[in-house]
Ligand binder design. Structure first.
Ligand SMILES: Nc1ncnc2c1ncn2[C@@H]1O[C@H](COP(=O)(O)OP(=O)(O)O)[C@@H](O)[C@H]1O
Ligand SMILES: [Mg+2]
Length: 438
């Protein structure tokens, strides 16, 4: 048990199984809101195939930043008595306005910058006591604009560290090809040069290069800040997917609070002057900002955004108001209940077609093009309350349609029922935000 080494229990620590909460990417919901609620990984040991786990420790790394200050020679205090416990096999995000000391903090972890005061421990060992090369070998580093070697092919860029480690050309390239696949890069790009790739592709190469020697720690400094929002979202989803497979200890720097909330298992909000404002799981940050600075930094809609941490799986779905397009008069009459002012019409496979007002349907002559649009459905088992609410708000009837994995209507739910579920989720939030999905 990790407590034995004196690190104490972490706020994100799960009491039941002694592991840190983490999040893996879930299926994309119809409203574009990624599900927050997917199996956690940390209890699982995930040994890698082949030789690439040589540098991997079974339990990964845990970084402890202990009252660290960085004063640059000109007197600038970039980081001021910062203390953080960075959980292993999870994404910890450092977020804050420009100049608040994020990059300096990250660079102190791999000793590109040396602290003026304080200590940083990796797996309980002072990093000052470790040879810099050994330390850096255990830490992949990804920066904005990828920082690729322009005169090397994509394959050789990715193979850089294995080559430095003396792996030999063929083995290094084989590893590089494996990594290209892992980060979602087409193999045909292997022989190209960085300038022949888009910004998003270059960032993927940067991530692949950082992962090449399978380091337990990944340091990422605003890696996705320079690409457009659509590409950035793709890169974020990819990082979450990769993290689900690899379970690295990732320290991720960004100035974008939405990115922090999306990616972070833990989020450290820093303020100008290199001071820590709050260190908490994202749901807790949104619920309970430590002060006006954090609240302001989180921006508007934090109540709505927080709903993405609560599952819609418990919503009470009604199936009574669902009729197939070939329904008989008796079936329509039976479905037409006073509780729901609308009927949801589905095709013969059960996929939603649209809403009809109660009493409007005539058996045998349902005109599907006259139905009210059903809006975007949400995924009954995997989506969040935010996705469900979004569906209900966008629906012309105020009722949201839930679908199963095959897109068949699983039930309908009113705004009012969703609002009740939200109240219930708030009441249980202390438990729920720490809960690990089965
Ligand atoms: N080499 C340096 N010498 C002097 N001041 C620096 C140096 N590097 C960074 N700073 C200053 O330290 C502060 C924190 O910088 P940085 O860590 O880069 O912040 P962030 O990454 O959050 O934007 C800023 O005021 C910056 O100007
Ligand atoms: Mg920076």
């Amino acid at each position: 048990m990790r407590d034995a080494d004196g690190f104490g229990r972490h706020p994100a620590h799960n009491r039941e199984n002694g592991s840190f909460r983490t999040r893996a990417p879930g299926p994309e919901s119809s409203s574009g809101e990624r599900s927050r609620l997917s199996p956690q990984l940390l209890a699982q040991s995930r040994p890698e195939a082949g030789d690439f786990c040589q540098t991997r420790r079974v339990f990964g790394a845990l970084i402890r930043i202990d009252s660290v200050t960085k004063r640059y020679p000109d007197g600038t205090v970039a980081v001021d008595r910062l203390s953080l416990e960075i959980p292993d096999r999870a994404i910890t995000v450092l977020v804050g306005p420009s100049g608040c000391g994020k990059t300096t903090t990250l660079r102190m972890i791999n000793r590109m910058v040396e602290p003026s005061e304080g200590t940083i421990l990796l797996d309980g060992k002072d990093i000052q006591q470790q040879p810099v090369n050994t330390l850096r070998r255990s830490m992949g580093y990804v920066i904005q604009n990828a920082g690729l070697f322009q005169h090397r092919t994509i394959l050789d860029n990715i193979a850089t560290v294995p080559r430095l480690l003396g792996w030999g050309k063929e083995r290094s390239r084989a590893r590089a090809r494996e990594l290209m696949d892992r980060v979602g890069l087409d193999g045909t790009l292997a022989r190209r040069y960085p300038y022949q790739l888009s910004g998003g592709q270059q960032q993927r190469v940067g991530v692949a290069r950082a992962l090449a020697a399978d380091p337990p720690v990944l340091l990422m400094d605003e890696p996705f800040s320079a690409v457009d929002p659509v590409v950035r979202k793709g890169l974020q989803d990819e990082l979450l997917r990769i993290q689900e497979e690899l379970a690295k200890t990732i320290v991720f720097v960004t100035h974008d609070i939405d990115e922090a909330v999306k990616l972070g298992t833990m989020v450290a909000v820093m303020r100008t002057g290199g001071r820590l404002a709050q260190f908490a799981p994202p749901a807790e940050l949104l619920t309970d900002p430590a002060d006006a600075f954090v609240e302001d930094f989180l921006g508007t809609d934090r109540g709505i955004r927080r709903l993405s941490f609560f599952t819609a799986a418990g919503l009470d779905l009604l199936t009574a108001p669902i009729v197939a397009v070939d329904a008989t008069a008796e079936q329509i009459a039976a479905r037409d209940t006073a509780d729901v002012p609308y009927l949801l019409v589905t095709d013969l496979d059960g996929r939603p077609l649209g809403w009809a007002e109660s009493g409007e349907l005539t058996a045998g002559s349902i005109e599907t093009d006259r139905l009210l649009p059903h809006g975007r459905p949400f995924a009954a088992g995997t989506d969040s309350l935010r996705a469900a609410l979004d569906c209900a708000v966008l629906s012309p009837t105020g009722w949201a349609v839930a679908v199963d994995g095959e897109g068949r209507a699983a039930g309908v739910v009113s705004q009012q029922t969703i609002a009740e579920a939200i109240r219930g989720a708030h009441a249980n939030s202390a438990r729920t935000t720490q809960k690990v999905a089965p």
